[in-house]
Design a protein around this ligand. Structure first.
Ligand SMILES: Cc1cc2nc3c(=O)[nH]c(=O)nc-3n(C[C@H](O)[C@H](O)[C@H](O)COP(=O)(O)OP(=O)(O)OC[C@H]3O[C@@H](n4cnc5c(N)ncnc54)[C@H](O)[C@@H]3O)c2cc1C
Length: 381
């Protein structure tokens, strides 16, 4: 498998790296400290076509493809992880609407997402259904030309900023449980947004609960057919996991760069700490693991770009990148010693920001479940 980037992908990498380093990175600490949604960063991403990278210009997108998208997420994450997650979920939602939506739904929502009119939201998790996503309890009952939604979602990224949220709900229980997906717009009667969660990291990203109390959604707002909602959600997460892999690689790369710069400057025992083998080994291990993570993640993105199956590869990339990224950020804090633990240096933020990558879009444990299931399924054929 060849990972040479095309001319266009290299240009996108250069453009996003320069934007992220010059404009996003200098504000990242302030955004974190104030738990401030990075509105201006999202606007900038929209201007550059980076919020609709996975669908064509006909619907306002830039159709740069999964590999270019992954690189863009990595570069943004290295500068401001809160911005990267808002960007990633918006792209994921847009792609799902392009893939599973009607022409009318595409025309209505995709230009709005790409132009930054609003972010995209993805409402799957509920208070009693996280890893067991099929266990959701939110209901959608057909009444004439509408569905009436009741229930609640938790931890929804972009939830209060979204111009459209994919909400997954139970549409039948007998003869078997049937789950469907709906495109929900803000302002609908009976739809309310909870207060922002007070988080360990990604403090600039918008994370809220959503409640549905007899909320009427038009039948034309069903995404895909009745009963297809779970498949749509899982397909969206397969792609999303590639984004999270690159987000983790980006955050950890920033931590490693900070640790290298610090190790060359900081002197103890009359020499830079970079001369101590203990420090060198931490740097070497982190760099090796991040390269391995990135190769796994590129493999998944390349398979997706070619239209080949990538579920197992996306889960492998996600579990490895997020865990290796966490290890790298831990090492970066260790290398900075006491200074790593205080907010004057960025590495403690990187560690707080990267933690959730082993949790959201499927925990590490669930990625292993997916990988094992795929392995056993293939082996039994
Ligand atoms: C910042 C943030 C943003 C998020 N954004 C979104 C979003 O936009 N949309 C959305 O729908 N959700 C979102 N989530 C929710 C996220 O996807 C869930 O938190 C995650 O899937 C885990 O679910 P849970 O928190 O209910 O944990 P649980 O499922 O209760 O898991 C608790 C522990 O048990 C383990 N566990 C559970 N089942 C098994 C098993 N079968 N085998 C082994 N171990 C198991 C888990 O791995 C974990 O360690 C977000 C979460 C956070 C923190």
């Amino acid at each position: 498998m060849c990972f040479d980037l095309t001319e266009e992908q290299l240009q996108i990498e250069e453009m996003v790296r320069s934007l992220a380093r010059n404009e996003f990175a200098p504000k990242a600490a302030e955004i974190d400290e104030a738990s401030r949604y990075p509105e201006e960063n999202m606007r900038k991403l929209a201007e550059l076509g980076l919020l609709g990278m996975l669908y064509p210009a006909e619907y306002g997108g830039s159709e740069a493809g999964p590999v270019a998208y992954a690189i863009a997420v990595r570069e943004v994450a290295a500068a401001c992880a809160s911005t990267a997650v808002g960007m990633a979920v918006t792209n994921m939602v847009g792609e799902a609407i392009f893939r599973f939506g009607t022409v009318e739904q595409r025309r209505k929502y995709l230009p709005a997402l790409a132009s930054g009119k609003g972010a995209g939201g993805f409402g799957l998790t509920e208070p009693s259904a996280g890893s067991d996503a099929f266990g959701i309890a939110t209901t959608a009952v057909r009444e004439g030309d509408s569905y009436i939604l009741n229930g609640s979602k938790v931890f929804i990224t972009n939830g209060s900023r979204a111009c459209v949220t994919i909400v997954v709900a139970v549409t039948a229980r007998e003869p078997k449980k049937e789950i469907s997906a709906f495109l929900v717009e803000p302002g609908l009667r009976g739809f309310s947004v909870g207060k922002p969660e007070h988080k360990m990291g990604l403090r600039g990203s918008d994370t809220v609960s959503l409640s549905f109390d007899d909320c009427r959604v038009a039948t034309e707002n069903m995404l895909g057919a009745a009963g297809e909602g779970f498949r749509i959600a899982m397909a969206a997460l397969d792609g999303g996991r590639i984004g999270i892999s690159f987000q983790a690689v980006g955050i950890a790369r920033a931590a490693l760069e900070a640790a290298i710069a610090y190790a060359k400057e900081r002197k103890q025992f009359d020499r830079p700490i970079a001369e101590f083998q203990a420090i060198q080994w931490m740097l070497a291990d982190a760099a090796t693991e991040l390269d391995a993570a990135q190769l796994l993640a590129f493999r998944a993105a390349a398979l997706k770009e070619k239209g080949k199956p990538f579920t197992r590869e996306a889960s492998m990339a996600k579990v490895f990148s997020s865990e290796a990224g966490n290890r790298a950020c831990h090492k970066a804090v260790q290398i900075l010693g006491g200074y790593g633990y205080i907010r004057d240096y960025p590495v403690e933020r990187h560690l707080r920001d990267i933690k959730v990558s082993t949790i959201y879009e499927g925990t590490s444990e669930i990625q292993r479940v997916v990988i094992a299931r795929e392995l056993l399924r293939r082996a039994s054929r």
